[in-house]
Design a protein around this ligand. Structure first.
Ligand code: HEM
Length: 161
């Protein structure tokens, strides 16, 4: 008689979070670009037109001509303010549930809009390129930046499924 024993090891779902020191590095780097909302969204759309094409208001339009519009500024501000909110919450374990709630909602909203993991990865590449060329950057900042994005993307990707 054979017994098949299945050991299911379920890793405790404790989210990674930045230490206060790491958060300070992130907040300082982000503070240099957080008011460049329009330039950031422009850089993302320029590098990845498939992201622009997901927006009913922007699909099929010339990027340089929409860049100055109120709709463009509004959406750029929504995205960048969201990031600022999460960056500001980082560095304290007590804020981890708030971050998880906000980022999970973002994942759910974007799943229902049909945004793919590949597109989120494109966004990551574009915003990292922007940050690395518009704020003080070095190995230390890059490591914290990547850790923060890994943490947030783990939550988003779990929702995108
Ligand atoms: C990666 C590809 C992405 C695509 C294709 C995408 C697409 C969209 C679309 C179509 C909307 C609705 C716009 C409207 O109401 O007219 C939206 C809303 C929004 N997006 Fe994204 N998005 C992406 C990534 C992100 C990321 C990385 C963030 C934040 C860091 C973000 C933050 C938001 C926010 C805050 C809103 C408005 C609130 C909401 O309705 O959820 N998006 N996005």
């Amino acid at each position: 008689m054979k017994f098949l024993i299945l050991f299911a090891v379920i890793a405790a779902a404790s989210a990674d979070f930045l230490t206060a020191d790491q958060a300070g590095v992130l907040q300082s780097a982000w503070s240099n670009i957080k008011n460049s909302e329009v330039d950031i969204l422009y850089a993302v759309f320029k590098a990845y037109p498939d992201i622009q094409a997901k927006f009913p208001k922007f699909v099929g339009k010339d990027l340089d001509s929409i860049k100055g519009s109120a709709d463009f500024a509004l959406h750029a501000t929504r995205i960048v303010s969201f990031i600022t909110e999460v960056v500001n919450l980082s560095g304290s374990e007590a804020n981890v549930p708030a971050i998880q709630t906000l980022v999970s909602e973002l994942g759910n909203n974007h799943k229902s809009r049909g945004v793919s993991k590949a597109q989120f990865n494109e966004f990551r590449t574009a915003i990292t390129e922007y940050a690395s060329t518009h704020t003080s950057w070095g190995d230390n900042v890059a490591a914290v930046w990547n850790q923060a994005l890994d943490n947030v993307y783990a939550i988003i990707f779990a929702k995108l499924g």
